[in-house]
Design a binder for this molecule. Structure first.
Ligand code: ADP
Length: 655
């Protein structure tokens, strides 16, 4: 985790009110003891003086040594926030920003959101009083939009880059990149970790995880277990299996506390992983790779590593982004193993062979900027006045073609002119903290007079496929409930229908429960919608409704997502620009219907290239919304006649 801490600050902490030596006081004392026990603590003074002497400093230390939680507090204690200044600390992940700020607020004895707060997309937990602000990198970039000189972090603006010790190479690269900035090393404290491999590859790593956890629980001395899986679904499945097996074993085994952690988990649940394990029990944390570097859980002695992670990848030729489960890198595997050796000697069980580790895994993970769609970044940089992106001094330059494609896409969306300069539309698009295509869709809703509906759709799309609840033991009921929401036109309109009915129910939890809808996701959609609606004023979009007419809504979607058009021909669906074969996702409301032309929200590769969230369009709309991108020749087959139904076969194939 690279944590850049921009500093200097404002205001004083609320006066500490004298109280008797109560429970709270004792807890405070123990918190201070914990703070003093962290590896960074002995270096407090040296660090402060190095920071005083250098405007840019690269700080290296083991994960969990206290870089993120302590250094900002040291600066605060040293008076850096006097005179109205702030300390900002960027985090690579939302979860990390939330969890670390909660911890720091606790350590400082303040309420989260007051002196210590966090800011992540669609969620701003800070106030006038906030002097210590944890945020995702993206949010810091956004702050440049409103405050280009970051004045509240000056006058003496410093950058601290903190890096994990195992990535020594990176430390040198950082230092080099910042004109040989000095490096401050916090010596690590690390216990040996024994590594075990499997003799043969595991056919089912989920099952292997469950078995390994139980084996550890029954045969190994006390110590908590950390399991690395790739995402929410896997994690939930693993937790369920573990709980079920424990129930069956009953009192034959001691208590096993099973806790999931992933990005979409509600924050009260996230906090649970940090609760100390009661004596006699054992804790198992089942995590995504956020527990690799971004979160440190004390007490872990055993790590189970199946060797996979979910990775974003981007095909610059077709402009397609996908999230694929892939083997993790050796660097990742070693970082995972290291998590077992923080408090005592530990053990790491790798559910793959030593051969696979040596020969099948990549040395390091490719930086995210090199495998993602850069539309967002480019739009933001352009609006910060950085015009020449081709020659921009990136630390890890993204592939040339990715950059060019991002520029082309922004041009096609109308955000840039033919000279590559930001247009008025582009400037407005940059104000919205969402992908350029989604921004464009929202802005287009102004012209089509359907912003009410489009805002809802945008919010529902942002909560990421977690609207419908489909528990394994009630699949039939859940699917029926889902069918009841189907309306003509496509999935976007289904989502709109769900939201509208929920509003009519008075935002009811009971309604969600009865309709197999996830209340949590709906609440989040409502938050996102409110935030987006709040921004409409700023970009001068009037919020109005199409009053039941679905054509304008679909046109607005088309205006944003015309890149994502697929066309049905004899062989099935193909994307219009790249002739790539794609399939309607079996969960889609249009799975049976097979419209000639459709637009998809995203493409995911699981067993096939599936289009998720699709909407039916008329091909003539493409010429209307993107005349510079589509030629009428490409769209010749514009009849709205439907093809004979034959996806029944595809469904069988899927099982
Ligand atoms: P680094 O940035 O060097 O990786 P951190 O500052 O994140 O280290 O962690 C320092 C300590 O703070 C660790 O012992 C970690 O367990 C603890 N910690 C971090 N976040 C929380 C939290 N939300 N609750 C409890 N403890 C936490």
């Amino acid at each position: 985790d690279f944590v850049s801490t921009a500093m200097t600050m404002k205001g004083t902490l609320s006066e500490k009110v004298g109280t008797d030596l109560s429970q709270a006081e004792k807890q405070k004392q123990s918190i201070q003891e914990v703070r003093r026990s962290l590896p960074v603590f002995p270096y407090r003074e040296d660090l402060l003086s190095a920071i005083k002497d250098h405007q840019i400093l690269v700080i290296e230390g083991e994960t969990g040594s206290g870089k993120t939680t302590q250094i900002p507090q040291y600066l605060f204690e040293d008076g850096y926030t006097k005179g109205g200044m702030k300390i900002g600390c960027t985090q690579p992940r939302r979860v990390a920003a939330m969890s670390v700020s909660a911890r720091v607020a606790q350590e400082m004895g303040v309420k989260l959101g007051n002196e210590v707060g966090y800011s992540i997309r669609f969620e701003d937990c800070t106030s006038e009083r906030t002097v210590l602000k944890y945020m995702t990198d993206g949010m810091l970039l956004r702050e440049f939009l409103t405050e280009p000189d970051l004045a509240s972090y000056r006058p003496r603006f410093s950058v601290l880059i903190s890096n994990i010790a195992s990535a020594t190479l990176d430390t040198e690269r950082f230092s080099c990149f910042f004109d040989d900035a000095p490096v401050f090393r916090i010596p690590g404290r690390r216990f040996p970790v024994d590594i075990y491999y499997t003799k043969a590859p595991e056919a089912d790593y989920l099952d292997a995880c469950v078995v390994s956890v139980l084996q550890i629980h029954v045969t190994q001395p006390p110590g908590d277990v950390l399991v690395f899986l790739t995402g929410q679904e896997e994690i939930e499945a693993c937790c369920e299996l573990l709980q079920e097996r424990c129930r069956r074993l009953g009192s034959k085994i001691s208590e096993l506390i099973v806790l999931p952690i992933y990005a979409n988990l509600p924050s009260d649940m996230q906090a649970k992983i940090f609760n100390p394990t009661p004596p006699g029990a054992r804790k198992v944390v089942v995590a995504t790779n956020i527990a690799e570097t971004s979160l440190t859980i004390d007490g872990i002695i055993y790590v189970i590593d199946p060797g996979f992670c979910k990775q974003k990848s981007y095909n610059a030729r077709t402009g397609m982004e996908s999230l694929i489960v892939t083997p993790c890198s050796r660097a990742s595997a070693n970082q995972r193993a290291g998590r077992a050796g923080r408090v005592a000697a530990g053990k790491c069980f790798r559910l793959y062979t030593a051969w696979a580790f040596k020969h099948e895994m990549e040395e390091t993970t490719v930086p995210e900027i090199q495998r993602t769609n850069l539309g967002n970044v480019v739009l933001l940089l352009k609006s910060l006045g950085i015009n020449d992106l081709i020659h921009f001094d990136f630390m890890d330059p993204p592939p040339h073609e990715t950059l060019v494609l991002a520029l082309e896409q922004l041009y096609a969306l109308g955000a840039l002119n033919h000279l590559g300069e930001l247009t008025k539309l582009g400037r407005r698009m940059a104000e919205l903290p969402v992908d350029p295509m989604l921004s464009k869709m929202i802005l287009a809703s102004e012209q089509y007079k359907c912003s009410e509906e489009v805002l809802t759709i945008a919010a529902m799309l942002s909560v990421n496929n977690s609207i419908f609840y489909r528990p394994k033991d009630k699949v039939v009921h859940a699917d029926n409930a889902r069918m009841n929401f189907v309306v003509p036109g496509g999935d976007h309109l289904v989502l709109l229908n769900v939201y509208t009915q929920w509003v009519e129910s008075g935002y009811s939890t009971q309604w969600c429960f009865e309709n197999f809808i996830q209340f949590r996701s709906m609440k989040r959609a409502r938050d996102v919608r409110e935030q987006l609606e709040g921004l409409m004023d700023r970009i001068e979009v009037e919020v109005c409704s199409a009053n039941g007419d679905i054509v304008p809504i679909r046109k607005a979607v088309t205006a944003g997502y015309f890149y994502h058009t697929a066309h049905l021909s004899k062989g099935g669906y193909k994307t219009v620009k790249h002739q790539q074969t794609v399939y309607v996702h079996p969960n889609s409301s249009l799975f049976e219907e097979q419209p000639r032309w459709l637009i998809y929200h995203e493409l995911v590769f699981t067993t096939k290239e599936f289009m998720r969230q699709v909407i039916e369009i008329d091909s003539s709309w493409l010429l209307e919304v993107a005349p510079h991108y589509y030629k009428s020749k490409e769209l010749e087959d514009s009849s709205s006649k439907k093809m004979p139904r034959k996806q029944g076969k595809a469904r069988e194939e899927l099982g």
